[in-house]
Ligand binder design. Sequence first.
Ligand code: NMX
Ligand code: MLT
Length: 470
Amino acid sequence: MVFYRGVSLLSKLRSRAVQQSNISNSVRWLQVQTSSGLDLRSELQELIPEQQDRLKKLKSEHGKVQLGNITVDMVLGGMRGMTGLLWETSLLDADEGIRFRGLSIPECQKVLPAAKPGGEPLPEGLLWLLLTGKVPSKEQVTSLSQELQSRATVPDHVYKTIDALPVTAHPMTQFATGVMALQVQSEFQKAYEKGIHKSKFWEPTYEDSMSLIAQVPLVAAYIYRRMYKNGETISKDDSLDYGANFAHMLGFSSPDMHELMRLYVTIHSDHEGGNVSAHTGHLVASALSDPYLSFAAALNGLAGPLHGLANQEVLLWIKSVVEECGENISKEQLKDYVWKTLKSGKVVPGFGHGVLRKTDPRYTCQREFAMKHLPEDPLFQLVSKLYDVVPPILTELGKVKNPWPNVDAHSGVLLNYYGLTEARYYTVLFGVSRALGICSQLIWDRALGLPLERPKSVTMEWLENHCKKA
Ligand code: NMX
Ligand code: MLT
């Protein structure tokens, strides 16, 4: 089922990493190591003590080292630029974009196992990488696929709980409700009630996290079929990998759509720790809330239009452009439309970012996918025109820190091309993928014994008085 693109590419990547003369060399080298065991849990069990020691050493030797100054602007500006979180699974560079355990998206596309030669990475491989920091082999990915398949069952009460909501309820409301209903089977909650020792917290967290990752595609597919396909559900197919099976349960059998889903789930999974969904999941989990409670909270953050819901907003906005001006809209007409959106007090969805300052590499890899599979699609061509038209306008506004497109600017037209046209559903797909990142870090939160998150807040009066004295 799975094709592994081999040791030669990995060696090339390694030797390139070794040749680079920057300080991160040794870290990158470690990060592209391969691992050997087939059982992910045992692999983790081996890694945890050394990472616990590493954290202890960091704390005892460098605990008092300063990481920067906090300004009033930072406090009033949504904590931008304030380093305040430990997040092991990925790191975002403002110019380069995301690296999953040190690997960029193009590097992941090269070294992670794929379903076919030259194909997109399998999300299971990315999950293995996020959890262990090691590139998995074909056999490890197959074994993880099987583990997820064996956990992919959803109790009937979950579907009944979703059915209690009106079918018109937003898909993200239905999704978060479904995840909350899954919570009744939390192994962590049961173990905590029985008095589990805190050194063992990561174990039931692993169980819950892996089950949750396995279950979310079923819940998500149920919601899609309930809302848009008269409730006619499609059973899972255990012969398929995670991404392909998700597409299959939604009702899509085209091999290209299966490839798209693998890419989609891989690239949306993690975006370091400060984004609203990841940070929410981490914060809630810091109270020792179990993975289901934490991930449901994360989904509620993802459902906001400035965050994950932007993928819905982009396609709806693009469709409104087409409705008003037609598919073959000129760049001049498009400029007018963008200005009209801005003048009505709205944002241009899919552009800008809280941290990134260049085009999102997640946008770029989706663009490459489109150029390969749907170069003539009129909506793809419209998205390409937006790439030329929007950044100069946002720059002209004078206040937008990043005028370039983000991940959400592209995903909708790809899905729409393959027949997944219901834009209101798109954030659910983002949510399924984000389970991989949030849950991976959550296992590490418990393994490292990270504490309750509780930053200090102040009032305007406190700030005024402080500034007078400063
Ligand atoms: N269209 C119009 N105005 C914008 C945009 C945009 N795309 N991006 C930023 N601005 C405005 C922003 O609203 C703010 O205005 P004001 O001072 O009047 O409140 C000003 O520019 C400065 O904002 P920034 O510091 O550049 O951005 P910030 O870090 O505050 O926000 C986003 C980041 C992502 C919320 C913002 O760029 C945005 O609203 N983008 C559109 C929505 C979107 O695509 N979100 C998805 C992000 C990715 N994801 O999946 O989560
Ligand atoms: C994400 O993927 O979470 C978004 O790009 C938002 C962010 O990183 O802040």
